[in-house]
Design a protein around this ligand. Structure first.
Ligand code: GLY
Length: 324
């Protein structure tokens, strides 16, 4: 990969950087200890759990997996795991991926039904197989084989919402008539020794066409981690963001000398450069380099990313820069 130094990079994206001056950039302080960065309100509990796991002797992969489990287990989070809103046929289909920046390998599941912890199933795809991604029925049978217990993932609340959607004669569908009902948990972390992991878990778009796979379980899109550089994750319209390979693009931009914040903004700007209509896209990204410096950015104010940061024992909830 062509390498440029940070000064050259900053010059190259100077126009970009000028766009979001009204808000502070993500904290850039390097860190000598563990750092966890996660999307949305569910990120705070996830980071805190991850920090506990690492402190009690778990690996960074354990920490990210168990951190994400907190969101998957929470029935009140309607975009992840148990209680996630279902597809158009009333079935919850979950997507997740976890990537180890040391081995440069990931494990992922897509369209997984009946198991509330897809990140843990993805972790076992990574640890127990030579594959990277299992989908649908194969993912279901793999989870069974690994000892996970199938269960109903609809809660009374998510079933009620699906029935209301179904009963509405004007209900929106995804046959080229998008709705705006999604987010996810994306998480990146370092152990403070240069090891990086990225994880992501979601129930995807509510009322999606069955079998639809978003960005979250796709390596390079929802997750990417490389110990030589850093890690990134994404949240938002996975159908759109898959086409920009968001997370790998951000990590490669960091590899060319950009800070995590610059790399996040550069990715969103690239989306607008190729299609100005993306100014109104629901797209947000987080990134961290292997020194523990972080970045976070949202495309626009209607999808303004709130993110959680855990660093040196302190757990914070922050707002990202928004470009438009
Ligand atoms: N970013 C989550 C999804 O669109 O499935």
């Amino acid at each position: 990969m062509h390498t440029i130094n940070r000064r050259t990079f900053v010059k190259a994206v100077a126009g970009t950087a000028a766009l979001a001056v009204s808000e502070p950039r993500a904290a850039t302080a390097a860190s000598s200890g563990a750092v966890f960065l996660s999307t949305w309100v569910q990120g705070k509990a996830a980071n805190e759990r991850a920090a506990e796991v690492l402190k009690s002797g778990g690996t960074l992969l354990d920490a990210i997996e168990k951190g994400i489990n907190t969101a998957e287990d929470d029935p009140n989070i309607t975009s992840v795991g148990y209680g996630g809103l279902p597809n158009a046929e009333g079935e919850v289909e979950l997507d997740a991926a976890i990537m180890d920046g040391t081995r440069h390998r990931a494990g992922a599941v897509a369209s997984l039904r009946k198991f509330k912890n897809p990140i843990s199933v993805g972790r076992l795809v990574l640890e127990k197989t030579r594959h990277t991604t299992l989908a649908g029925d194969g993912a279901f049978r793999f989870a069974l084989q690994m000892g996970f217990r199938p269960q109903q993932l609809l809660t009374p609340e998510s079933l009620k919402k699906w029935l209301e959607w179904k009963a509405d004669p004007k209900h929106q569908t995804f046959w080229l008539n998008p709705t705006d009902n999604h987010d996810t948990i994306g998480m990146v972390g370092t152990d403070g020794k240069g090891h990086m992991v990225s994880g992501c878990s979601t129930s995807g778009l509510a009322w999606k066409i069955p079998g639809r796979v978003g960005d979250s379980p796709l390596v390079g899109c929802g997750v990417y981690a490389d110990d030589n550089v850093g890690a990134a994750s994404a949240t938002g319209d996975g159908d759109l963001m898959t086409n920009y390979c968001t997370s790998v693009s951000i990590v490669h931009t960091m590899a060319r000398g950009a800070s995590p914040q610059e790399a996040c903004e550069e990715l969103l700007q690239q989306m607008v450069k190729t299609d100005p209509a993306n100014r109104s896209a629901e797209a947000a990204v987080i990134a961290m380099n292997n020194r523990g410096e972080i970045g976070a950015a949202s495309m626009q104010k209607g999808f303004h990313l709130k993110y959680a940061l855990w660093r040196e024992g302190q757990s914070q909830f922050l707002e990202s820069v928004k470009l438009y």
